[in-house]
Design a protein around this ligand. Structure first.
Ligand SMILES: [Zn+2]
Ligand SMILES: [Zn+2]
Length: 75
C-alpha cells in the first residue's frame, strides 16, 4: 500500500522515482546532480500523462526527456 500524499523524488530526466541521496540515476544512468530533482506526490505521479517512447514505444511520462526503458533521449 502506498500513501497518495507521500512525496516522491524523481530523476529530472526519466522521471523514475529515485532517492534524495542518489546522484546517478539507476534507471537512465545520468548524473542527476546537474539538474534539480523533481518532487511530486504519489497521486501526481500516478496521474501523469504518458506518451509512447519515440524509440521503443514503451509508455513514459510525457515530461520525461529520457526513456526509462531504452534510455534514449526523446527529441
Ligand atoms: Zn533517470
Ligand atoms: Zn524507449
Amino acid at each position: 500500500m502506498s500513501n497518495p500524499s507521500e512525496i516522491l523524488i524523481l530523476c529530472p530526466y526519466c522521471l523514475s522515482p529515485i532517492g534524495e541521496e542518489i546522484r546517478f540515476c539507476p534507471v537512465c544512468l545520468q548524473d542527476t546532480s546537474r539538474d534539480a530533482k523533481v518532487e511530486m506526490t504519489q497521486a501526481e505521479y500516478a496521474r501523469q500523462i504518458k506518451t509512447a517512447c519515440y524509440y521503443c514505444g514503451k509508455p513514459i511520462p510525457h515530461l520525461a526527456n529520457t526513456c526509462a526503458a531504452c534510455r534514449q533521449k526523446q527529441s
